[in-house]
Write a protein that binds this ligand. Structure first.
Ligand SMILES: Cc1ncc(COP(=O)(O)O)c(C=O)c1O
Length: 351
C-alpha cells in the first residue's frame, strides 16, 4: 500500500543486477571469474569449527585488514572493508559526496553510481565519453563535490593512464577522488601507491572478480587515515558487523595467494585477447579492454537480436539499454569462449 511508503522511495530508481539464471547456462553477463578461488579455501572450510558461529564477528575485520595491509605494503589504518564493494561505495557516497557542488561521474560507467546519488539526494554531473568510448578526465576539471570513475571503466574496459590520474588529482585537492578498481588486476596499473601523497584519494576494490569470490561479498577501500575514519563512522552508524566470520577467513586465504591470482589473471588476459582477435575477424567492433570482459558491436545483426539468440542457445551476455549497439561479454574459460564463437558463426550462417 503506497501510503505506508517513505517519500524517499518515490524518487528511487534501483540498480538492476545482471540475471542469475535458474537453469544451467554459460554465464557471461556479470563478469564473474570462470575459475575457482584458491584451493586453500577448500581445506579451510573442511576444518572450520561451526561452534565459532555462536559469536558475532570481529567488527573491525582486523585479520583481513592486516593481510590486505601486508599485501599492498600500506598501514592497517588505511584500509576499510565492507560487504562487497557495492557496500563500500554506498558508504563512501554518504561519507564524502553529500556536498553542495555536484559529484562528477562519466556518463557511461558502473550504473550503480547514479542510483546512490538518488538514494542520498546527491547532485551529480555526467561527463560524456569521447567517440572511442573512453573516459576524458580533462573534461572533469570543473568545480565539484567529488569525482568518481571506474578504472578500467565498465562496460567499456578502457583503462586510464597513471599520468592522467595524477594530473586529475593535482587539480582537485579540495574534493575526494574515488577510483573504483574492481577490474584492475586484468592488465592495468593501480593508483594505490598515490594514496601516500594524496590525502583525498580513495581506491575501492573487490574480491568478486580477480579473486573469484563474488559469492562471499567482500570489498575494500584504501585511502588516508582521515578518509578511512570517515567510512568507519558511517559504517558504525549503519551495521557494526558487515563481514561474517567465514567470509573473513576465506578472504584472508585469497589475499595471501598472490601467485595463484596472478597466474589466473594472466590466463584470463590471454583468453580475452584471443577472443577479441577472433571476433574482429568475424567483423565485430571490439573495444580494447583491460578488464575481464569485452564490449563488442556485432555486424549485420542488432546487439539486441544477438543477445536474444545467444540466450536461446544457452549463453547469457549483457545488453544495456543505454548502449544499445553493443554487448558486453565476460571472459569465460577457453571452452566457453570456443562455444560462444562457434554459436556466433552458426547464427551468421543461418542469417
Ligand atoms: C565497476 C564495479 N564496481 C563495483 C562492483 C561491485 O562489486 P562487488 O561484487 O564487490 O559488490 C562492480 C560489479 O560488477 C563493478 O562492475
Amino acid at each position: 500500500m503506497i501510503k505506508f511508503l517513505s517519500y524517499k522511495l518515490k524518487k528511487l530508481n534501483p540498480y538492476i543486477p545482471g540475471e542469475q539464471p535458474y537453469k544451467k547456462m554459460i554465464k557471461l553477463n556479470t563478469n564473474e571469474n570462470p575459475y575457482p578461488p584458491t584451493q586453500k579455501i577448500k581445506n579451510l572450510l573442511k576444518n572450520f569449527n561451526s561452534y565459532n558461529l555462536r559469536l558475532y564477528p570481529d567488527p573491525t575485520t582486523s585479520n583481513l585488514r592486516k593481510n590486505i595491509a601486508k599485501r599492498y605494503k600500506i598501514k592497517y589504518e588505511q584500509i576499510f572493508v565492507g560487504n562487497g564493494s557495492d557496500e563500500v561505495l554506498a558508504l563512501s557516497f554518504l561519507a564524502f559526496f553529500c556536498q553542495k557542488l555536484p559529484l562528477i561521474i562519466p556518463n557511461i560507467t558502473y550504473s550503480f553510481y547514479p542510483v546512490y546519488c538518488k538514494l542520498y539526494n546527491i547532485k551529480y554531473k555526467t561527463i560524456p565519453l569521447n567517440k572511442n568510448l573512453e573516459i576524458t578526465l580533462n573534461k572533469m576539471n570543473i568545480p565539484n563535490g567529488g569525482i568518481i570513475f571506474a578504472n578500467p571503466n565498465t562496460p567499456t574496459g578502457h583503462a586510464i593512464s597513471y599520468i592522467e590520474i595524477i594530473n586529475l588529482i593535482e587539480s582537485h585537492n579540495d574534493s575526494v577522488v574515488l577510483i573504483d578498481e574492481a577490474y584492475i588486476n586484468f592488465g592495468s596499473e593501480s593508483a594505490i601507491p598515490l594514496i601516500k601523497k594524496y590525502k583525498n584519494l580513495l581506491i575501492v576494490n573487490t574480491l568478486s572478480k580477480a579473486h573469484s569470490l563474488a559469492g562471499i561479498r567482500i570489498g575494500f577501500a584504501i585511502g588516508s587515515n582521515h578518509l578511512i575514519k570517515g567510512l568507519e563512522k558511517v559504517k558504525n552508524s549503519f551495521n557494526s558487523y558487515p563481514i561474517d566470520i567465514i567470509s573473513e577467513l576465506i578472504a584472508v586465504e585469497a589475499i595471501k595467494d598472490i601467485k595463484y591470482l596472478k597466474n589466473k589473471c594472466n590466463y584470463i588476459i590471454y583468453i580475452r585477447e584471443n577472443l577479441s582477435k577472433k571476433l574482429k575477424l568475424i567483423g565485430f567492433r571490439v573495444l580494447p579492454s583491460k578488464a575481464n570482459f569485452i564490449l563488442v558491436k556485432p555486424i549485420n545483426i542488432s546487439a539486441k537480436d544477438l543477445f536474444i539468440k545467444l540466450r536461446n542457445h544457452g549463453i547469457l551476455v549483457r545488453y544495456f539499454n543505454n548502449l544499445n549497439d553493443y554487448l558486453r561479454i565476460s571472459i569465460g574459460t577457453i571452452q566457453q569462449m570456443n562455444y560462444l564463437l562457434e554459436t556466433i558463426k552458426w547464427l551468421y550462417l543461418l542469417n
